[in-house]
Design a binder for this molecule. Structure first.
Ligand code: P6P
Length: 342
């Protein structure tokens, strides 16, 4: 049977009462913007889009990270696409200090959109998969000029979350809280087509993703846990494990969504003050929503990511997500260590 398009899927979701017309339009607009980001990314060296942003002087984002040209281009594409549709109250982005209001003259909607416009952008110049991550919240009633505080809602209040991975194929993975679903871009027509419905992540896995170069900086529970995986068949886990690390969260998470596995970015001594590396509002929360809806788990090593009450728009957290049984083991090790310290 011919796969259905994203548009048809959204109509089905509206008929099922899972989303309303405004949220459906929002997702269509974001998907269309991501197709434009895919075109820009796919140009590579021919499009003059590689390398650092800024004319010679480094352009730094709010994270203190040097911006790539495609970071800025992708951010602009998402802002422009969402300005005029009347479905949004405001946007927040990894690339911007403060939320961006809908320009005067355009109607405002009831949703807040948060995104990392191009995650993993350090991989762009070496032609490794990168992606866009997005999260949708409801704008609090009565708010006309949404401020950062209006975005600080727990991950459990998300109305939608998704990512687009720009790889050999351009693939959108999306949840509204009624399962996690995958759409693959049919380039000839320009439509996202449903390629996997109600994805389930295997409960067990023997594949983990972590940046091992940080090992000496990890806290004791993480040292213990990874040490056991590396001990393989001779160790307490009694089996060998495999490792992957793309250094693009979207690519690593998509592998997990596709075949299971776990992804870890734990606290380490270098980032203790920051609270972690990955951002809660537009990386950890949307990915946690997607993973949980596919039967996986997502914690900070100590608590459920989606239960956190955010305190800042660009807040960072440790991330442990993927196949439920492994996430439960590594989380238990952290809680046992905390309990032992009293
Ligand atoms: P490291 C990319 O910069 C990112 O935010 C995630 O996409 C990725 O998982 C992580 O950082 C990579 O971090 O320390 O390995 O460069």
């Amino acid at each position: 049977m011919k796969p259905i398009s994203l548009i048809q899927f959204l109509i089905e979701e509206r008929r099922a009462g899972h989303i309303n017309a405004e949220l459906s339009l929002l997702i269509e607009v974001v998907a269309r913007a991501c197709k434009r980001i895919a075109v820009a990314t796919n140009k590579g060296a021919l499009g003059g889009v590689l390398g650092m942003a800024g004319d010679g002087a480094l352009s730094m984002n709010v994270q203190g990270e040097a911006q790539k040209k495609l970071d800025v281009i992708s951010n602009e594409i998402l802002l422009e696409a969402n300005a005029w549709g009347g479905h949004l109250a405001a946007c927040a982005s990894e690339e911007m200090e403060d939320p961006q209001q809908i320009p005067d003259g355009y109607p405002k909607g009831n949703h807040l959109l948060l995104f990392d416009p191009l995650d993993g952008s350090s991989n762009i110049d070496v032609n490794v998969s990168v992606g866009t991550i997005f999260s949708v919240l409801r704008c609090p009633d009565g708010v006309t000029e949404a401020k950062a505080a209006d975005f600080l809602q727990p991950g459990t209040t998300q109305l939608a979350a998704g990512y687009v991975v720009y790889g050999p194929a351009t693939v959108l993975v999306l949840t509204f809280g009624h399962g996690t679903h995958e759409f693959t871009l049919e380039r000839e027509v320009g439509s996202f087509m449903l390629s996997r419905r109600n994805i389930r992540i295997p409960e067990e896995t023997s594949e983990f993703a972590v940046n091992m170069s940080n090992q000496r900086h990890w806290q004791a529970p993480m040292q213990r846990y990874i040490g056991e995986l590396l001990a393989g068949t001779e160790g307490p886990r009694g089996r060998d494990f495999n490792m992957r690390w793309v250094a693009s969260m979207v690519a690593d998470v998509h592998r997990i969504v596709t075949r299971g596995g776990v992804f870890y970015y734990p606290l380490d001594a270098k980032i203790l003050q920051q609270g972690g590396k990955l951002r809660l509002m537009y990386e950890a929360n949307p990915m946690a929503f997607i993973i949980e809806q596919a039967g996986g788990a997502a914690t900070t090593g100590r608590e459920r990511i989606m239960a956190l009450q955010p305190t800042a728009l660009h807040q960072r957290v440790p991330v442990f997500l993927g196949s439920r049984s492994e996430v439960e083991v590594v989380t238990r090790y952290h809680l046992d260590a905390d309990a032992a310290q009293g």
